[in-house]
Design a protein around this ligand. Structure first.
Ligand code: GDG
Length: 507
C-alpha cells in the first residue's frame, strides 16, 4: 500500500514536471523573439570522432548538456564550445559551424580551436590547478603560474571573439558556463555593451580571505562583473562572491546583498541549484537493460544477500574518496558483526590525469582499497570492489538500484549530482543517502544522513546508522528527497536561469 502511494505520487510529480518543461521552453522561445541566444562552455554538447575511416558522434554525459541541449533544441540558438573531437574539424563549415543534433539539426554548434599549449595553460593550468583548488576548500594548494594566467586570458579573448562574430552586432542574450570563463563577460561587455550576459559558476565561491590569495583576484572579479546575472548553486556562494566583489575598488554592494554596482551598471547575483533529469533517471530504473545489468553485477560480484553500498565519483581530491575509505575501515573495525555482510562498490571515473595531483590521488585510492581488503577479506568475501573507467548508463542505473546505501563524502562540492541521481533512480522508494554537509546538495536533501567527511569516527558511526535504519524511516526520508528533486529538476534549472536573463533583457 505504502509503495503504491509513493508510486502514484511520483508519477504525478513527474507528469507535472514535464508539462512545466514544455511550457517553460515555449515561453523562452517566444520571449527571445529575434534576439540570438548564445551559450558558451568549454565542453561541447556533441563530439565527432574518427573511427577508422568513418565519422561517428556522441553526446558527452553530464548535467550541463542534459539541461541546455533540450532548451536550445526548443528555442534555437548557437552553442560556442571547444572542438575537442578527432573528427570535429572535418564536419564544420567555413565558419567553423555544424548543425546539431547531427541526426536532426535544430541549432548551431560553433567550434573554437585551441592549440595543445593553449589547452595546457588555460584548461589544465589556470582553470584546474589555480581556480579549481582555490574555490574548493579541500586543502590542496592552488598553483598560480603567470604563464597560465596569460593563456587563460588569451583563450577567454578567443571565445569572446567567436561570440561577437556570432552575435554580429545584434542584441544577443549570452549564457556563459563555469570557471573557465571568468574574463569573458568583461571582454564582451566592453565590446558589446548592449548584450545581456549571464554566467553560471558550477563550483563554490570561497570566502574573500581565501579568494584574495590569487594574485589576479581583482581582475577576475572585475571580469565577472561584466555579467548582468551571475548564478551559483546556493546562497552561501552568492554571499561569498558579493563580499569578495565588495572589496573591489569602485564597487558597491546593495544592502540586501543581491547586486553589485560598478562602472555605472549592476550585476545581480542569485542562487540556481542545479539538478538532474528526475523523470528520465527514475524511468530508466524500470528498463529491462538496467534490471539485467543488476543481475549480471549481482552474480559477478556475489552481492546476493549482502548489504551493498556505492561510491561513484570522478576521481578528484574534492570528492573525499580516501576519507570515505578510512570511515569504512573504522566501521568494519568497530562492527565486526558486519564483516562478511557488507560490500562497498567504489566506482571511480579517472579525471584530469594529465595533472600530477590527480595521478597521486588515484594511487592513494588504490592503496587504501588494497589495505582495507587485505585487512578484512575472509573466504570469498571482500569488503571493497573497485570499478574503474567510465561506466555505461545501464551500469550506473544498476548500481544505484542495487545499493542499499550511497555515500557522497565530498570535502567541498558546488552541488553534487551523484546524490540527486541516486534519489532520482530509487523509484522503489527505498535506499539511504549518506551525504557530506559540505555539498550544495545538502541544503536541499536534509533527509539524507549528513556527515562531516573529516570526522572519521563520527562518519563511521553514521554508516552504522545508515545500515540499521528501519525500513519505514528509510522510505519516509527517500519520499521527501524524491519530492525535492522532482520539484526542481534540471529543466527547471535551465529554464529558470534563462527566464531571469530574459527578464533582464527586457524580453
Ligand atoms: C561540477 C561540480 C556540480 C561519475 N562517474 C561516472 C559518471 N559520473 C557522472 C555522475 C554525475 C557526474 O559524472 C558528476 O557530477 P558531479 O555533480 O558529482 O560532479 P563534477 O563533475 O565535479 O561537477 C558539481 C556539477 O558541476 C554541476 O553543476 O554538481 O558540484 O563540481 O552525473 O553520474 N558517469 C559515467 N561513468 C562514470 O564512471 N558515465
Amino acid at each position: 500500500m505504502l509503495i503504491a502511494n509513493i508510486r502514484d505520487q511520483t508519477a504525478n510529480m513527474v507528469k507535472r514536471a514535464s508539462i512545466d518543461r514544455e511550457e517553460l521552453f515555449r515561453q523562452v522561445k517566444a520571449r527571445l523573439g529575434d534576439r540570438p541566444f548564445i551559450v558558451v562552455s568549454h565542453r561541447e554538447p556533441y563530439i565527432h570522432h574518427l573511427s577508422g575511416r568513418e565519422i561517428t558522434w556522441n553526446r558527452p554525459v553530464g548535467g550541463l548538456t542534459e539541461a541546455l541541449d533540450p532548451l536550445l533544441r526548443a528555442a534555437g540558438g548557437i552553442w560556442v564550445a571547444h572542438g575537442s573531437g578527432s573528427a570535429d574539424k572535418k564536419v564544420v563549415d567555413v565558419r567553423d559551424r555544424v548543425a546539431v543534433p547531427p541526426d536532426s539539426p535544430e541549432y548551431t554548434l560553433r567550434r573554437v580551436w585551441l592549440t595543445p599549449d593553449e589547452i595546457a595553460g588555460f584548461y589544465l593550468g589556470f582553470s584546474n590547478q589555480a581556480l579549481w583548488p582555490l574555490c574548493h576548500i579541500a586543502f590542496t594548494a592552488p598553483v598560480f603560474r603567470e604563464a597560465d594566467w596569460k593563456t587563460y586570458r588569451k583563450v577567454n579573448r578567443i571565445f569572446a571573439d567567436a561570440v561577437l562574430k556570432e552575435s554580429a552586432g545584434r542584441r544577443a542574450v549570452v549564457l556563459v558556463q563555469d570557471y573557465h570563463f571568468a574574463m569573458l563577460p568583461g571582454i564582451l561587455r566592453k565590446d558589446a555593451p548592449d548584450m545581456t550576459i549571464g554566467q553560471f559558476w558550477h563550483i563554490p565561491w570561497p570566502p574573500y580571505e581565501v579568494f584574495r590569495t590569487c594574485p589576479w583576484h581583482e581582475e577576475i572579479i572585475a571580469g565577472m562583473l561584466g555579467n548582468d546575472l551571475l548564478g551559483f548553486h546556493i546562497g552561501d556562494f552568492c554571499r561569498n562572491f558579493v563580499e569578495s566583489a565588495g572589496h573591489l575598488p569602485g564597487a558597491a554592494t546593495d544592502r540586501r546583498g543581491v547586486s553589485i554596482a560598478r562602472d555605472g551598471r549592476k550585476t545581480f547575483v542569485q542562487p540556481f541549484p542545479i539538478s538532474v533529469d528526475f523523470a528520465g533517471i527514475s524511468g530508466q530504473s524500470r528498463r529491462p537493460e538496467v534490471r539485467q545489468e543488476m543481475e549480471r553485477l549481482s552474480r559477478r560480484y556475489r552481492l546476493d544477500g549482502k548489504i551493498v553500498g556505492i561510491g561513484l565519483d570522478r576521481i578528484d581530491y574534492t570528492k573525499g574518496i580516501p576519507e570515505r575509505l578510512l570511515a569504512l575501515d573504522k566501521f568494519l573495525e568497530d562492527n565486526p558483526g558486519y564483516r562478511g555482510k557488507v560490500v562497498f562498490i567504489q566506482a571511480g571515473m579517472p579525471s584530469r590525469t594529465d595533472i600530477g595531483t590527480y595521478r597521486d590521488l588515484a594511487r592513494r585510492v588504490r592503496r587504501l582499497i588494497k589495505d582495507v581488503n587485505e585487512k578484512y577479506t575472509t573466504g570469498d568475501w571482500q569488503p571493497v570492489i573497485s570499478l574503474t573507467g567510465q561506466l555505461s548508463r545501464e551500469t550506473l542505473g544498476a548500481l544505484r538500484n542495487l545499493a542499499d546505501f550511497c555515500v557522497v563524502s565530498s570535502l567541498h562540492d558546488g552541488m553534487n549530482l551523484v546524490a540527486k541521481e541516486y534519489v532520482a533512480a530509487r523509484n522503489d522508494g527505498d535506499g539511504v543517502l549518506v551525504l557530506s554537509r559540505f555539498t550544495g546538495a545538502a541544503e536541499e536533501l536534509a533527509d539524507a544522513i549528513l556527515i562531516n567527511p573529516f570526522a572519521t569516527n563520527d562518519f563511521a558511526a553514521r554508516l552504522k546508522e545508515a545500515l540499521t535504519m528501519p525500513e519505514t524511516e528509510r522510505r519516509r526520508r527517500m519520499k521527501n528527497m524524491r519530492r525535492v528533486v522532482a520539484g526542481n529538476d534540471i529543466f527547471h534549472w535551465g529554464a529558470g536561469i534563462v527566464s531571469r536573463l530574459l527578464e533582464m533583457a527586457g524580453a
